[in-house]
Design a binder for this molecule. Sequence first.
Ligand code: TRP
Length: 336
Amino acid sequence: MSETTTEKKKVIFSAIQPSGTITLGNYLGALRNWVSLQDEYNCIYAVADLHAITVRQEPKAFRQNILEAYALLLACGIDPEKSPFFIQSHVHTHAELAWILNCYTQFGELSRMTQFKDKSAKHADNVNAGLFTYPSLMAADILLYQADMVPVGVDQKQHLELTRNIAERFNGIYGSTFKIPEPYIAEVGSKVMSLQEPTKKMSKSDENVNAWVAVLDKPDVIMKKFKRAVTDSEAVVRVGEGKDGINNLIGIMSTVTGKTADEIAVEFEGKGYGDFKVAVAEAVIEVLRPIQERFSDYIANKDYLVEQYHKGAEFALRLSQRTLTKAMKKIGYLVG
Ligand code: TRP
């Protein structure tokens, strides 16, 4: 590919928090898309460890979770040769621009963020200022790389909308400084629901461990969780109203095999839910197997991981520093 076409590729930025467990929902809903976007776009990806301390972290587990998140994303197919991939806390421009953007973000705007409202209710003993200003840090992440697009799920849409407002406000005062990012809506997005309460999104914060499957769950655990999945009493494998459990299993099956819901319905005609659940579990196990194998290799090779995240951070710093310097000059800081 020639230099000019490379330059014209749109920039995509996204990040994921190192929360300890990456679920099948994260993989099928987001990470798989991140991987497939790598050829068509200039993708930049990060492990958002600065965001993670808005809730209390135990130091030893936190350190391990950051490294494991990095290794797991590589295992999922993030290719650092194509897509700069770094750890947020390694790149100091993020915290710096976040501070600046805090001063261009209104208290009222942050108060309206539904995630803040939810999280402050959930962690009522630790409603810290970071939890409140978290969206300005996320805005910094995105705006530093002049991202054209950000793949986001519904839960982050409001934060992206705020990012756009902050950027427009800043540009309005100082002239064009930040690219206004668009949401990237995946063509084949799949929202994976809880296996136990299929009207709710699959989430690792669910107390019922049978509600979610982790990307690193062992095959027998995956099988057990699918066998226990909630279904309905109709006993027909088809998409239908009031069949949230089966709809979810068909959705998962369709995403991992590439078959349509109709094809799946035909394939399992006359068969019971028991057979279907086993088939879904087997398909999921097969998709996760190579990821789990690669993860074991990466996590055993710390030197490689360190080399990659250093390289990613160096690249990210160079790129993001340009935007930070530009913004600081416009504000009137004595830059240089
Ligand atoms: N806040 C996001 C989440 O919790 C993670 C994140 C941090 C992010 N910075 C970002 C996502 C920038 C997209 C773009 O899921």
